[in-house]
Design a protein around this ligand. Structure first.
Ligand code: SAH
Ligand code: SF4
Ligand code: F3S
Length: 441
């Protein structure tokens, strides 16, 4: 028997890429590959890339440059680029970096085994099509091996919203929802393998409209209620949502479905209506705040998170102030903020750009406010009882670390719990990036 070939995958970008990397590893498992944790002993290196901001894309080229020495030592080593940079730049990648043997876009992963075989004949392989077929259906099903207690499950891909700054509609293509039965089968399989918490993924996950068994289109809320009935699955989350797709049934589910965790990531990007319009966001600051009000009425303790872009073209100090005002009003438990990054081919790239120093200064101010809010919300957990799903041992002997229902990291000394167990925990202390708790008997 020949020794298995080794595959090293490095993943950048969003959770969807994390999920895709798992599925690609499984698909290449069928070609005799086993995963390895370092590039040094790999027979194939795959970078699963992100194109969302300029820095993310540039990282890929500097990383590829570092493989020069390895490839010189090991001429049989194959180097592949997958993900959103692969989709956006295609053949250009091979021109810029001749080391690359394979380029595969996110919608063509099911063709990876054939593409890999092609590289073995010494040819270069490229596939950045948007084929009609369901890639997940064609990808080899997940092997039955035991796995950790949390998992991602992609239910919807692509985006039809075309925000003026964003590459996703171009790199991931049009919005497509996977059928309900395939999602339920995959969820049951994950649970059999030890998973207790599933995060449903989609670029616009709350716009989900997959075909149900009855042939009608199901909403995300309907899908969540079906998953609620899966025995052994204890927690459900979903990300990322668009404010305009927060339907009544989904808001109600937040109040009524015990397995649906009290956490919602709802990006708003800006608090200025002028900027939101220029971003093509199709909601206003006011309509966003009304959505939040309805969600909080259904689930008062929900923890909210968001995404923000500062320094979008034509953003004035007054526009930025409107963003700070909105953040004050919402009070976020987590928030991610970014300096606007020009993306070639998107409408905003052509517009007058905000001064770099100005953008940096605004980002700092926004992040200071967000950090204060996050911190206050985390500190306010002290004295409260939460449920914790234990994911791994901590640094201290006997300590276990997990996530609360609100997604805070919680560590418990002498927990006496196994990975995958859920326990009621009283929070006793708030430290920099996590909470400390004790098990409630
Ligand atoms: N589908 C999700 C996530 C998109 S990417 C959504 O609609 O929210 C994640 C975040 O990256 C976005 O919410 C936005 O805040 C940020 N982002 C996207 N394009 C960007 C750009 N050109 N410059 C800076 N940040 C950007
Ligand atoms: Fe990008 Fe907007 Fe689509 Fe989100 S909704 S993926 S920000 S285009
Ligand atoms: Fe990045 Fe593509 Fe995700 S651009 S954020 S990896 S969808």
């Amino acid at each position: 028997m020949t020794a298995p070939k080794k595959l090293f995958i490095k993943t950048y970008g969003c959770q969807m890429n994390v999920y895709d990397s798992e599925r690609m590893a499984e698909a290449l498992g069928g070609q005799g590959y086993v995963e390895t944790k370092t590039a040094d002993d790999a027979d194939m290196i795959l970078l699963n890339t992100c194109h969302i901001r300029e820095k993310a894309a540039e990282k890929v080229y500097s990383e590829l440059g570092r493989f020069k020495g390895l490839k010189a030592e090991k001429p049989d080593l194959k180097i592949g680029v997958a993900g959103c940079v692969a989709q956006a730049e295609g053949e250009e990648i091979m021109r810029r970096q001749p080391l690359v043997d394979l380029v595969v876009g996110p919608q063509s992963y099911h063709r990876l085994p054939e593409l890999e075989a092609k590289t073995r004949t010494g040819e270069k392989a490229l596939d950045t099509d948007f084929p009609e077929e369901d890639k997940f259906e064609k990808l080899k099903s997940r092997p039955k091996a035991k796995r950790g207690p949390t998992a991602f499950l992609t239910v919807q891909e692509g985006c039809d919203k075309f925000c003026a700054f964003c590459v996703v509609p171009y790199t991931r293509g049009a919005e497509v929802s996977r059928p309900v039965d395939r999602i339920l089968t995959e969820a049951r399989d994950l649970v059999e393998r030890g998973v207790r918490e599933i995060t449903l993924l989609g670029q616009n996950v709350n716009a989900y409209h997959g075909a149900g068994a009855d042939g009608s289109d199901w909403s995300l809320a309907q899908l969540i209620w079906a998953l609620d009935k899966v025995d052994g699955l204890e927690r459900i989350r979903f990300t990322t949502s668009h404010p305009n797709d927060m339907t009544d049934d989904l808001i109600e589910a937040h109040g009524a479905c015990a397995k649906l965790m009290p956490y919602l990531h709802l990006p708003v990007q800006s608090g200025s209506d002028k900027i939101l319009k220029r971003m093509n966001r199709s909601h206003t600051a006011e309509s966003y705040l009304r959505v939040i009000e309805r969600i909080r009425a259904a689930r008062p303790d929900i923890l909210l998170s968001g995404d923000f872009i500062v320094g979008f073209p034509e953003e004035t100090e007054a526009d930025f102030q409107a963003t700070l005002d909105l953040v004050e009003e919402v009070n976020y438990g987590y928030a991610y903020s970014f300096k606007y990054s020009t993306r070639p081919g998107t409408p905003a790239a052509e517009r007058a750009q905000v001064d770099e120093a100005e953008s940096s200064e605004r980002l700092q101010r926004l992040q200071a406010l967000i950090t204060r809010q996050q911190r206050a919300i985390q500190d306010a957990m002290v004295g409260r009882d939460v449920s914790v799903l234990f994911e791994k041992p901590g640094r201290i002997d006997g300590q276990m670390v997990g996530k609360s229902d609100y997604l805070h990291s919680v560590h418990v000394r002498d927990a006496g719990k196994e990975i995958g167990e859920i326990a009621r925990v009283r929070i006793v202390e708030s430290v920099t990036n996590s909470l400390a708790g004790v098990i409630l008997k």
